[in-house]
Design a protein around this ligand. Structure first.
Ligand SMILES: NC(=O)c1ccc[n+]([C@@H]2O[C@H](COP(=O)([O-])OP(=O)(O)OC[C@H]3O[C@@H](n4cnc5c(N)ncnc54)[C@H](O)[C@@H]3O)[C@@H](O)[C@H]2O)c1
Ligand SMILES: [Mg+2]
Length: 341
């Protein structure tokens, strides 16, 4: 028995080791591409390309599914030749990852070219990011979101804020340099806290006037300069609903491409059941209220389309699984269910 266990243990360890080494090798290769410009230029000739047009990703429909095609360098050349454009377009691409076999992946925005020509040539369409993220496969949406954010950052950092001179991107797109001042600019994200507030038996969800009818989500807010996560959660909850957080627990984080590029830091926050009276900041929120377990479970089953009531109003529904708010709500349901079991 001990021998079987040891053999099994050896196999699992060697499998884990192999998995680790694939991952480590991949991360080191990507880092090399960011640091070594000639290696990255070479990689552009063997890599694959995700296309965007004015920051909308290119998708192809296959039956009911939406695919995110990766074009080879040769296919890219074919497309660019349609416009008699030189291959220097490829230089505008940004590195967004690589396959396990070290085939680099780039994203390229062809916003200056006629979109309908590309769409009919490649039989697909450039689709608004908000729609694209929710119709593509799970593993493609984070890739599209980070590619979008990186392309957007490059688009808005064309000039040095000190000298006003144009900045140059490195081939990987991991930085831009102003040669006049020597300043290097790196892509930035804004930290945002998102907190699911609970009083022990209910959770608090809110809606902004700009949300689709019926949609409620957890409280969120941009971190102020110098604030840590705990301080940002306490402040946002106080500002938006007038409650004092007693304790909080980190859950997970997510890159979020709206409105710019945010790092969403998700937490569960607890307030005292005796001090749970909400006073809503109506400048930011249209409504905030407590939800019981049953109402949350029902809301999770609902889709925007099925939320319409006969009187024209809407029953509450919650963000889809791609949003970290969904994960927080699911975790809260699991915790409540375990408590009441
Ligand atoms: N992925 C998710 O599940 C999820 C859920 C909820 C909110 N969010 C995102 O969180 C973000 C922040 O939430 P919020 O709107 O409640 O924030 P918020 O409560 O801080 O209010 C937004 C306001 O903050 C100010 N602000 C401060 N720093 C800013 C910055 N760096 N960029 C933009 N505005 C800044 C602006 O005046 C803006 O109008 C939203 O943009 C939303 O897309 C994501
Ligand atoms: Mg907010």
């Amino acid at each position: 028995m001990a021998a079987v266990y040891q053999a099994l243990h050896r196999r699992v360890s060697s499998l884990i080791c192999r998995l680790h080494s694939t991952y480590v090798r991949k991360m080191r290769y990507l880092n090399q591409l960011k640091e070594d410009d000639s290696l990255c230029r070479q990689a552009q000739t063997s890599g694959t390309f995700y296309l965007f047009h004015n920051l909308s990703p290119f998708l192809q429909k296959a039956g009911k599914k939406y695919l995110v095609p990766q074009l080879s360098a040769a296919e890219m050349k074919g497309i660019l030749e349609k416009f008699q454009e030189a291959e220097q377009w490829i230089e505008k691409s940004v590195l967004i990852g690589c396959s396990d076999e070290h085939r680099p992946r780039f994203a390229l925005d062809l916003g200056a070219l006629d979109k309908s020509v590309i769409e009919s040539e490649l039989q697909g369409s450039f689709t608004d990011l908000r729609k694209a993220l929710f119709v593509v496969d799970g593993e493609d949406s984070p890739l599209l979101a980070s590619a979008h954010s990186l392309l957007q950052w490059h688009e808005s950092h064309q000039y040095c804020s000190r000298t006003g001179q144009p900045t140059q991107k490195n081939p990987a797109g991991s930085k831009r340099v102003c040669h006049a001042s020597g300043v290097t600019y790196y892509p930035q994200m804004s930290p945002v806290v998102i907190a699911l507030v609970s009083d022990g038996s209910r959770c608090l969800l809110a809606r902004q006037p700009s949300f689709p009818p019926g949609m409620f989500t957890a409280l969120s807010g941009f971190c102020d300069m110098g604030e840590n996560v705990e301080e940002a959660v306490r402040r946002e909850v106080a500002e938006e609903v007038g409650l004092e957080v007693e304790s909080l627990r980190y859950s997970a984080s997510q890159h979020w491409p709206f409105p710019g590029s945010s790092l969403m830091i998700a937490c569960h926050a607890l307030v005292g059941a005796q001090r749970a009276e909400i006073s809503v900041d109506t400048l930011e929120l249209e409504e905030a209220r407590w939800f019981g377990l049953e109402e949350i479970v029902e809301g999770l089953k609902r889709e925007p389309r099925s939320s319409k009531r006969d009187d024209g109003g809407c029953l509450p529904w919650f963000p889809p699984k791609q949003a970290i708010a969904h994960q927080l709500i699911q975790e809260w349901v699991q915790q409540q269910t375990a408590q009441t079991a």
